[in-house]
Design a protein around this ligand. Sequence first.
Ligand SMILES: C[S@@+](CC[C@H](N)C(=O)[O-])C[C@H]1O[C@@H](n2cnc3c(N)ncnc32)[C@H](O)[C@@H]1O
Length: 291
Amino acid sequence: MTPSTQAKPQVYSHRPNEDEVMALEIKLLLQAIAFRYDYDFSHYAQASLTRRINNCLKKSQLNNIAEMIPKVLHQPEFFELFLKEMSVTVTEMFRDPKVFKELRNKVFTQLKTYSRINIWHAGCATGEEVYSLAIMLKEEGLLHRCQIYATDFNNQSLKVAEQGIYKAEKISEYTHNYQLAGGKASFADYYQAKHGYAKIHNDLKEHITFAHHNLIKDQCFAQMHLIICRNVLIYFDKTLQNNVLSLFNQSLLHRGYLLLGDKESLEFSKQKNNFDTIAKDQRIYQKISYE
Ligand SMILES: C[S@@+](CC[C@H](N)C(=O)[O-])C[C@H]1O[C@@H](n2cnc3c(N)ncnc32)[C@H](O)[C@@H]1O
């Protein structure tokens, strides 16, 4: 055998560690999803994104993230499972009651001056928060003037939200939250209890339109007096947070209100100077009018 035909041991120029391999697999998986479904998760916060992908991997009993790529490309039902894992739908009625109290005291008093009130509730999950809002508006005599758009990108959650039927075992906790939020009547006035479930009364639903909306890529809702988006931006990186906040700014009327709740803030965002602070701890802001 001449030296040129002898088999030589292969020399690899780069020996990636496990983390580097996983980072590449995640990047390729997200590219496949964006290509096939037009959902771009590349600006979701890295740590929670990696955790959720790994949860999805465990549940699907695949060997590695790379094996998820052909599944998402060829099986839309697998993508639905992935989406469900990516969308954290934890919510409750009158969650963080003080936020609702401040909303009632500082914002509703101003909204009373309008004959028609448009509200966008972004990332509504299974609807508990938007029904809480509707209850408060009703108690202030404002609900009949309101059109509330409650949106999410998780269609399964939206279906639950539209039905407005929740487990009765949660009711005592929700009643407590309602009272802390300054509820003016009895929480039991707003639902019908039946077979272990509580069904929200239809009159609260009449002013709510549930709709699919993806904050990553869909357009703004024009002419809003109030936008509520709580516990959603925490899952996004700075770039995506800025994009979404700019979308909210475009969607608001002059002097419109933005409620982010106590987990998120405008503090380090590009929108900071476009809003006045109305409630510091509950992160309620009002759009500055430059007119
Ligand atoms: C933790 S829940 C918050 C629910 C409610 N706002 C609350 O604070 O109780 C987060 C919601 O944001 C939604 N979400 C995440 N990314 C989204 C996106 N790109 N577009 C629209 N909704 C999104 C999820 O589907 C989920 O229902």
